[in-house]
Design a binder for this molecule. Sequence first.
Ligand SMILES: [Zn+2]
Length: 558
Amino acid sequence: MTFDLLIRNGLVVDGSGLPGYRADVGVKDGKIADVGRLRDGAARTIDADGLVVAPGFIDHHTHLDAQILWDPYGTSEPAHGVTTVVMGNCGLALAPVRPGGEDALVKSFVRVEAMPREALVAGVPWGWRSYGDYLDRLEGKVGVNVAGLVGHIAVRHAVMGEEAVEREATDEEIEVMRRLVHEAMAGGAIGLSTNRNERHFREDGKPVSSRLASDGELFGLCDVFAGANQGVLQVILGFNKVEHIPWYDALAKRTGRPIIWQIVLHSWNQPTLWREQLEAIAPTFRDGYRAYGLTNTAPLYRRFTLDNVQVFDEFPVWKNVMFLPRAIRNQALGDPETRQKLRDDFNTDRPVTFHRRWDLLDIIAVGKPENERYLHKTVADLAAMRGQDPIDAFLDACLDDPGLTFLTANGGDPLATGEILRSPYILIGESDAGAHVQFDANFGYGTVLLSKWVREEGLMSLEQAVHKLTFQVASIYGLEGRGLLRPGYAADLTLFDPERVAPCEPEWAEDFPANTKRMVQRSEGLYYTIVNGQVIYDHGQLSGDLPGSVLRGVAYRN
Ligand SMILES: [Zn+2]
C-alpha cells in the first residue's frame, strides 16, 4: 500500500496508557492504516526521530461556539496538539434559538464568558434555528474536529423568551424544552450542559436563564439523553462545596450517564477541599456510577506591581488606599498609622480568596539594579533580608522601587496536584478556549501537563498523561474512533519532543472580528498537529486546510 502520510521512527504513545514503543505510523484516507516497521512508500514522509507520536488531544471544555465560525482552527488549539474541541459547555450554546432570540444568547456569552460584544455581533452570521442546523453550518468549514453539547440557557430562551431569566418554567414549557433537547440530540449534540453558578449573570445583570430552573426541569431535560442511553451531562453549580457532591451522585444514579462537574483544584486557602471532594465522590464510582470532577493543570496566576495590584482588593482598607491617586497613595502607604490599619485589615480571619502567604509571593522582576539580589526570592525572604516584617518589607520595597513585580498562584501545591491529576475520578482540562479572551489564554493545559507535571515534577508518566488527554476523554464523551493511535482509528495525531514541549506565555493578537483584541498562546517543542490525516499545524504555521469533521452523537448516526 502507498500511504498518504508516513510518520517514521517516532515513539508511539497510543493513548491507552501502555508503554510507548518505536514504530512508524502509516496514514491513508484520513485513518491510521498501519503501525509498526512499515516498508511501503508515501506521498509525504515525516521523520519523527526523537519525537512522541500521540493521538491528538481532545479539549472538551471550550466555549468556541462563536469563535469557530470565524476562526476554523479555534486558534491557538492546534499549537497545543488539540485535534478535537467540544463546545457548548456551562449551559451556553448558540442554538436552539427562536426568531429574535439571538441577542439573549449574545448577552449571556458576553458577560459569563467575557467575550467582546462587537466581535460576537460582527462574527456570528446566525440564520439557524435548531442545534442540528447550527452544526450543519460548520460542516466542511472547520480545521479541527468539533462536537457540541446543547446548552440549557439556549433551550430555555428558545421556549420562554425573556421570561427565561425571570421565573420557573411551567410543565408545558418543560415539555417543549424536552422536545428541543430531543431534537438537538437527533441533530448531533453529544450531551447537555447547564449552569447554576451564582456568579454567572448576563450583560444586563440578570441571572443566566438556567439558574432559574428547578431540579424537576433540569432532571427532566437530562432524562431525554438518559432515555436514549447516550450523551454526557456537564454541570456547574457555583462555588466549590463538598455539599454539592450528593446532587452529582443523584444525577449520575438517575440517568446512568457520565456527569462532569466543576471543579477540583488545590487552593492555598482551602487546602483540604480537593481531598474532601475526591473522598466524597469515590462512593459514587464504587457503586458503579460516573461523576467526573474537572480539574485544570495550571493554577490561576496573578502578576502585579504596586500600580496594578488587585489581589488586595478584598481587604477594604487596602482597596481604599490602592485606589487613591499615586502620590497620595504613596504618602498613605508610608504613614505609620495607615500602615497599622493595613496590617489589622490584612490579619482579620474573614475568609478571602487571597492566600495571605508572603512565602508564596515571588519577585520576578525589579526596576533598580541594586535590587537584583531580590530576584526570584519571595516576600518572606525579602522580609528576612531586610530585617522587617513582611508587610513593611513589601510596602517599603515597592515604594522605593515601583518596578518590583510579583507573581503568585492561588493554588497548585505539587503533592496535592499530583493526587488530583492521577485520580481515576478526575477529568483534566478546562481550557475555557473561546472565553475570557482578554484576560488570559489557557489553550496549553495539555502542554502544561506534559512540561510542568510530567517532565519537571514527575507526577505521572508520559503515557498516563497522554491517556488523560485523549482516550479517557473520547471514552467518556462517546467520541468513537478517536483518542487512540491504532489501525482503523481516525488519523488525529500530534508530534512533540518530550524534552522540550511547553506552553508559551499568552500574548495579544488582533485577529478577532470588529478589530477587537484577544489573547493567544503559542507553544514550544510541539511540531505537527494532524487532523483526519492532514497536517494542519507544522512548526508554528497553520496550513489553511479544513479537514475537521463535525462529530455527532449516536442518535444522529443511527
Ligand atoms: Zn465553562
